[in-house]
Write a protein that binds this ligand. Structure first.
Ligand SMILES: [Mn+2]
Length: 325
């Protein structure tokens, strides 16, 4: 729940700012990107202020059709000494500064930092924190902010918020309560077309689909098929953009599978670990690996070889599986 005091501070800081920067985590996903773009447009519509939207890393091809996509500027393209009155940091995950990448420098030099996030985290990076770890997407918090403040909004903002919610909830599979659906219902009533958004999100290059299919075909199964273990090696990693979510989605439809693991060899000694549980919590395994996330969808990035990470993940799930028997 956003308090009146939070609203007042937000309003005061934005009103007084000449230079406002918005950014989210490196390699933005649908929620990160659309939360930034929707809030930027809301500020422009309701305060008449220009906002700079910055990112680092790569944006997945399936987000090419997102409205205002071209508003996002690569951080290196922004002049070095640009003053920042307010930096709004959104959808940052559990390792805040580590996760921002290049735009972190705009946060460090900002006169005031606002944080808007739905991840559980240890520290805070903002002076004003509008966080809610019961929200299924950061865009839910943007929606609540917009409604509570009584801001004017438009169809483009509606599409952005819906895209964020659809992508972060895996099309409403990972919602934490009814809010994602209530917000979606309101957006649909306002004319947002879910089918159109879904079809725009299906925009991957052929090599990505083929690589994801190869990874699914090579999946190994453990603990009487309760755990599906997929790998994307470094050669394949160059072909996927984003998270290899399709691999997890396909394996998650398999009879009897309760736990899903996808290892991505981002570099020879850097492995991205994505974990999913079908009615089984996986966040404690993610935490044991030095990561975190949500109950049924969590992950980590480990500095180790693929072989070592694989062994470690299997060991942890071995204990997890025995616990539940
Ligand atoms: Mn998110």
């Amino acid at each position: 729940m956003i308090t009146q005091e939070q609203l007042d501070i937000f309003d005061r800081k934005i009103r007084a700012a000449d230079s406002i920067f918005l950014f989210a985590h490196k390699n933005p996903d649908g929620d990160a990107m659309c939360s930034v773009l929707s809030l930027a447009r809301l500020i422009e519509l309701n305060y008449g202020k220009d906002v700079t939207c910055v990112y680092d890393g790569n944006i997945p091809n399936n987000l090419d059709g997102v409205p205002l996509r071209k508003r996002l500027r690569f951080f290196e393209k922004i002049e070095e000494d640009t003053p920042v009155d307010v930096a709004i940091v959104m959808d940052m995950d559990h390792r805040v500064t580590h996760n921002i990448g290049g735009p972190a420098k705009f946060m460090e030099c900002a006169k005031f930092v606002i944080e808007i996030d739905h991840h559980q985290k240890e520290g805070k990076s903002g002076v004003l924190c509008i966080n809610d770890d019961t929200a299924a997407a950061t865009a839910e918090i943007v929606y609540e902010l917009m409604k509570r403040a009584g801001w004017e909004w438009d169809f483009v903002i509606g599409r952005l918020l819906m895209t964020a919610i659809i992508t972060d909830t895996g099309c409403f599979k990972y919602e934490k309560n009814g809010n994602a659906l209530r917000i979606a219902a309101d957006l649909v009533d306002s004319g947002v077309d879910i089918q159109r958004i879904m079809s725009e999100l299906g925009n991957k290059p052929r090599k990505t689909i083929v690589t994801e299919a190869e990874s699914v075909a090579a999946t190994e199964f453990y603990f009487k098929n309760r755990l599906a273990f997929a790998v994307i090696d470094n050669r394949q990693y160059k072909n996927i953009d984003g998270r290899g979510e399709t691999v997890l989605n396909l394996l998650g439809q398999m009879h009897g599978v309760e736990y899903l693991v996808l290892l991505k060899e981002q570099k020879p000694d850097q492995i991205g670990v994505s974990l999913r549980g079908r009615g089984r919590p996986v966040n404690s395994v993610a935490v044991a690996l030095g990561g975190g996330g949500h109950e049924y969808a969590a992950g980590a990035v480990m500095r180790d070889t693929l072989e070592n990470v694989k062994k470690k993940v299997l060991d942890l799930f071995g204990k997890e599986v025995r616990k539940k028997c």
